[in-house]
Write a protein that binds this ligand. Structure first.
Ligand SMILES: Nc1ncnc2c1ncn2[C@@H]1O[C@H](COP(=O)(O)OP(=O)(O)OP(=O)(O)O)[C@@H](O)[C@H]1O
Length: 470
């Protein structure tokens, strides 16, 4: 006998597509348009699974799933919805949905989920959602939907999560969301930025130290690991963790115990680990500066946050969200014209969501009019450039310390090695900018033409190769 699926969907077009997919996979499907019809059909027939939309003509398709389940013997429910917010993903999980598909979805995946749902009846614990307003993760792009789904998958367990993505894409926010939505939410959320702590202090910062463990350790100190006991430890910029600390961390993860620096005894700690990195760890592993075994420990569940420029459809919602946030923080209440939003949506956003947030806050403070227009943005262009210059400067610091750490130039050769590393991309850039015109390149760089020539010869760069490249 064929398995039967009840499809509750008020868009006839989508329903027809789903029905066809289900039939092809050997299911029988009944289709209805409303909550009332659904209940009537459930009373009169036996179904193996329900596929339902959320917004229906006569109500919310998942508001009373508990009763539906009581009526229909714990039937698995698959949700499809066009309300693609983080809240919807969380609601779907809290409604014990077997699976949640934001529209537009992949029909094959949906049918596959139906096959799995009817095969076994997954029973998950329901949990009240609390404080979901406190952590609004905004985004309706496909990429963010995937992130939301991943978050709902890890919030009820303690698996290690590795969040990747460029700086400012929301990695810490994702880590906080996982913490807030899970069973550890009453415990602490402790964040450590491994790149911001001097290397020789990182072990004591993470694992604590005993009195007298090293010069300056005048009293015992509890490390972040212990502080996170019962909660979540967020290790940001994990790629910057020095190798001794990596070894200690690995040991802690394997044993569930840590030893304070200078300590004689192990202390057991229970902290969920969420790590994040904006650097690709693969080359670090290849070079031996990041432990592969630690990587596998941390990367049980990877969550990737794409850069903002690859999900431009989220920019409008984020902009509105940040204007509201600015207002809540006491800044003037402003709105923004659709044209101005469109213009924002075309920017590069190298600083990702953080940069967009800064721009919106700056607009809220400085704009003269209540409705921000394209003209207000023209003034803003200047501010953003200064901002980018500052970012680049901070970028040099980072690049330099990474380079020193990874290349380990021999003492006595650091200056010359660093300068020669720096010159090649600089001269290449200048030649590209000027189409290989050496006079212009030397003017651009502000150096003598002969010096430029000599440098190009030393670096074996040929200006001719850059003609017409700009
Ligand atoms: N999807 C989002 N919805 C709402 N706010 C967001 C979103 N993503 C990021 N933000 C906001 O943007 C800012 C930067 O985010 P966050 O600090 O989480 O980025 P990050 O990737 O951890 O950055 P870094 O790598 O530099 O530490 C924060 O103010 C955060 O609240």
């Amino acid at each position: 006998m064929k398995q039967k699926i009840l499809l509750v969907e008020d868009d006839d077009g989508i329903a027809a597509v789903i029905e066809a997919g289900l039939n092809e996979a050997g299911f029988e499907a009944d289709h209805c348009l409303s909550v009332a019809e659904r209940d009537r059909l459930l009373d009169n027939g036996n179904y193996d699974a329900i596929i339902t939309d959320i917004m229906l003509q006569d109500g919310d398709g998942i508001a009373d799933l508990e009763q539906v389940r009581e009526r229909a013997g714990d039937i698995p429910v698959i949700i499809v919805s066009a309300q693609n917010t983080f809240d919807t993903a969380i609601r779907a999980t809290d409604a014990k949905a077997f699976e949640y598909f934001p529209k537009p979805f992949d029909l094959d995946e949906l049918v596959r989920a139906a096959v799995q749902a009817t095969r076994r009846n997954r029973n998950q614990t329901v949990r009240e959602v609390e404080g979901e307003d406190a952590l609004p993760l905004i985004g309706t792009s496909q990429a963010m939907q995937q992130v939301f789904r991943m978050i709902t998958r890890v919030m009820r367990n303690d698996l290690s999560v590795l969040v990747t993505g460029e700086s400012g894409t929301g990695k810490e926010l994702v880590a906080e969301a996982i913490h807030q939505l899970g069973s550890r939410r009453s415990g602490p959320f402790v964040a450590v930025n491994c790149a911001a702590i001097p290397h020789d202090l990182i072990e004591s910062e993470l694992f604590g130290h005993e009195k007298g463990a090293f010069t300056g350790a005048i009293s015992q100190a509890i490390g972040k690991f212990e502080q996170a006991n019962g909660g979540t430890l967020f290790l940001d910029e994990i790629g910057d963790m020095p190798s001794d600390a990596q070894t200690r961390l690995l040991r802690a993860l394997q044993s569930g115990r840590i030893r304070r620096v200078g300590g004689r005894q192990d202390v057991s700690v229970d902290a969920r680990i969420i790590a994040a990195t904006n650097r690709d760890l693969a080359p670090l592993i290849a070079r031996g500066s990041f432990r592969e075994d630690l990587f596998y420990r941390l990367n049980v569940i990877p969550i990737h946050l794409p850069p903002l420029r690859e999900r431009r459809e989220d920019i409008a919602a984020l902009t509105h969200h940040f204007f509201k946030q600015a207002e809540r923080e006491g800044l003037p209440n402003r709105t923004i014209s659709p044209e101005a939003i469109e213009r924002l949506a075309t920017r590069e956003w190298r600083g990702n969501v953080r940069e967009l947030r800064n721009v919106v806050f700056r607009l809220a403070v400085f704009a003269r009019e209540d409705v921000i227009t394209n003209e207000s943005l023209s003034d803003l262009e200047l501010w953003t450039e200064t901002n980018e210059a500052a970012e680049v400067e901070a970028g040099f610091d980072r690049i330099l310390s990474r380079w020193i750490e990874e290349e380990k130039p021999a003492a006595g050769s650091v200056y010359h090695k660093a300068i020669s590393e720096f010159e090649r991309p600089l001269f290449t850039y200048a030649l590209k900018m000027t189409n290989g015109n050496q006079i212009k390149a030397s003017q651009y760089l502000g150096i003598n033409r002969n010096t430029l020539r000599k440098k190009l010869a030393d670096l074996k760069l040929s200006a001719d190769n850059f003609a017409g490249q700009k």
